[in-house]
Design a protein around this ligand. Sequence first.
Ligand code: TIU
Length: 226
Amino acid sequence: MSAAVAVRTIAAEPYPFPFDPAACALLVIDMQRDFLEPGGFGAALGNDVALLRRTIAPNVRLLAAWRAAGLAVFHTREGHAPDLSDLPPAKLARARGAPRIGDPGPMGRILIRGEAGHAIIPELAPLPGEPVIDKPGKGAFWATDLQTQLAARGIRQLVVTGVTTEVCVNTTVREANDRGYDCLVPSDCVGSYFPEFQEMGLKMIKAQGGIFGWVSESKHLLAALQ
Ligand code: TIU
């Protein structure tokens, strides 16, 4: 981690974010083939993956700058064990309509660890040494050791990117907020299959004086990292 990068403020809503690079991790949520690629789980449910794919280039740029600055990077993947032992029956049952988690799909069994569709897209592939948190839920903290890993690195702030804005990104931001982390969400680096949920998912984070955190754009982070 680079100690040379000093604390500075980032333009954000509802007010500037006090960015402390040495204590801030980039947390890239579920940029997996099943959600982003044509032929994956998301596309099979009838969603337009282009709405998510627009986040790839901004995430690539932010990740490169983050790595170049020597700051902490964490990745997450949503998925389940091949025997579905960590899949709550309610989660399986509520996904009405085909296909369901564990069913065969065009990129292997859907949302099963080790299958092709479960992998992070190649554009954002983790580097050796970057933790990859495998999570069975929507939030990155539930049933994972993310909090332990963040504490070990002295992390108190999170820049949260990835998909989808209103589901796994929002759930993770809320979990993080309750655990005392300051979260910044760059709007161009998060995506939803539903434009109205993209808008409202971001508004919910920054409303009421930043009830869950801050919303900004990656260009402001890139400027601060230079
Ligand atoms: N990663 C994540 O958000 N998982 C989802 O299932 N999202 C949906 O929007 N369905």
